[in-house]
Design a protein around this ligand. Structure first.
Ligand code: ZN
Length: 448
């Protein structure tokens, strides 16, 4: 139990579609679905992991002991195809995966996302995945086909559809599942896929590779136990991925898989989801060349995680200005310590935590901050600065003005222009100014 719960946090639970208190147990386990490392991470990934980083930081700050696990799907058709294309060799997929895992780590670090406690990879967890599938077969929840595929038996799991709130019939109508003769039910999904060649592993059902969904069930129980507190991911994962994870985990363990299902909404461009498959995505590293990662983090934070985020340069620019305003107001202030922030009864700090604990309502917290920042004294500013740094993960460093580099050529043009002005040759002076402007220098003459 929390010794002294300062604030009680409530989160919107996709399972049941309502906001609920997280409870007072001070041990929290959190599993968030990670990436398939076959390309650079994009703005949509950034939004997801900043959301769960905020939750991680907030819970930790409030005194919860959080164990955070996020996986890497480092074997997958997309990855194999990409390895074939880029390296002319599908079996070199791990070279590609390693490259994109390290770029993902760099991108996350720039966004100030703390590293999870565990980052398991599928290819190093084939043994627990196989024994998970064996357990399901033993319980009659899965079956192997003649060709060596293994499917989950939907008819043996009553709660199927409870997360996405659809009946099996609705799911059947909505899902474009290939009807295969060897499947008992079109909704049955693959736990193991046989393959004749290419990367794979020996299994009781022959050579093959795990299906996508099984890894999260197997790895979360390996690191976090059979029931976890919070399971997170993007909204696009609700069906089928998370629905299938529930079927697998509850099918095997006969206990609730996750108490809370937390899903963030998409980043959209022209009202369409930003995604790799639609080709309308902006990678984080491309984004960082135009605006700083901290501005991007701030931009994510001020838009509530459950609302779609319509990406636009104007919106980013206004976030940049507002973040800069905050940085300047807190410049030269030493942040208060974590203990000082926890101990204070200063109403603004109280209000900020109340907003954050209300399903991560950062926008409301920021509203309160901008309303009162002008009237705050140095001690209060120190408390605020600390809170924004530790809990929101903002660095709060104001943008530096660009340093002007004066080259030899510029020096000579400036000199020549000054001489022209001295002899009152305004035409020549104007021409020299135009030349300097072409080179990107704007001249402002001091009024004498
Ligand atoms: Zn997953």
């Amino acid at each position: 139990m929390l010794k002294q719960p300062i604030f009680s946090i409530t989160l919107y639970n996709t399972l049941g579609r309502r906001q609920q208190p997280l409870g007072n147990s001070d041990q929290i386990t959190m599993y968030v679905c990670g990436i398939t490392p076959y390309d650079y991470a994009h703005l949509g990934h950034g939004r997801c992991y900043v959301t769960f980083d905020l939750l991680y930081r907030l819970l930790t700050f409030l005194g919860y002991k959080v164990t955070y696990c996020r996986n890497f799907t480092d074997i997958d058709d997309k990855l194999l195809n990409r390895a074939d294309k880029e390296l002319n060799d599908p079996s070199a997929y791990l070279i590609l995966a390693n490259k994109y895992i390290s770029s993902f780590h760099e991108d996350m670090e720039k966004l100030a996302c703390k590293a999870p406690d565990f980052e398991p990879r599928v290819t190093t967890h084939i043994v627990p995945i196989i024994s998970f599938i064996e357990g399901l077969i033993a319980k009659g929840k899965a079956y192997a086909t003649e060709v060596g595929d293994v499917y989950f038996r939907i008819s043996a799991f009553e709660g199927y559809g409870k997360l996405s709130q659809r009946t099996k019939d609705e799911l059947k109508a909505g899902a474009r599942v290939a009807v295969r003769a060897d499947k008992e039910d079109p909704l049955d999904f693959a736990l193991w896929k046989s393959c004749d060649e290419g990367p794979g592993w020996e299994s009781p059902w022959g050579f093959g590779r795990p299906g996508w969904h099984i890894e999260c069930s197997a790895m979360s129980s390996e690191y976090l136990g059979e029931t976890i507190d919070i399971h997170g991911g993007g909204m696009d994962l609700i069906f089928p991925h998370h629905e299938n994870e529930i079927a697998q985990s509850e099918g095997l363990h006969n206990k609730p898989f996750a108490r809370f299902w937390v899903h963030n909404a998409f980043v959209r461009v022209n009202e369409e989801k930003m995604s790799k498959s639609l080709g309308n995505f902006l990678t984080l590293r491309d984004a960082y060349t135009t605006f700083s990662p901290m501005v991007l983090r701030y931009y994510y934070l001020i838009h509530h995680y459950r609302n779609p985020l319509d990406f636009s340069p104007e919106d980013i620019e206004s976030a940049r200005k507002s973040y800069q305003k905050l940085c300047l107001a807190l410049e030269n202030i030493d942040p208060a310590s974590e203990d000082e922030i926890r101990a204070t009864s200063y109403p603004l700090i109280n209000d900020i935590f109340t907003a954050l604990c209300d399903d991560l309502n950062v926008a409301k917290a920021m509203g309160r901050i901008f309303e009162s920042i002008k009237d705050m004294g140095p001690n209060e500013l120190a408390l605020l600065k600390g809170l924004l740094m530790y809990v929101l993960g903002l660095a709060l460093e104001p943008e530096k003005k660009e340093t002007v580099v004066i080259t030899q050529e510029i020096e000579e043009l400036l000199q020549a222009r000054q001489e022209a002005r001295d002899r009152k040759d305004w035409t020549a002076a104007d021409q020299l100014r135009a030349r300097l402007q072409e080179l990107g220098y704007d001249i402002q003459d001091k009024k004498s």
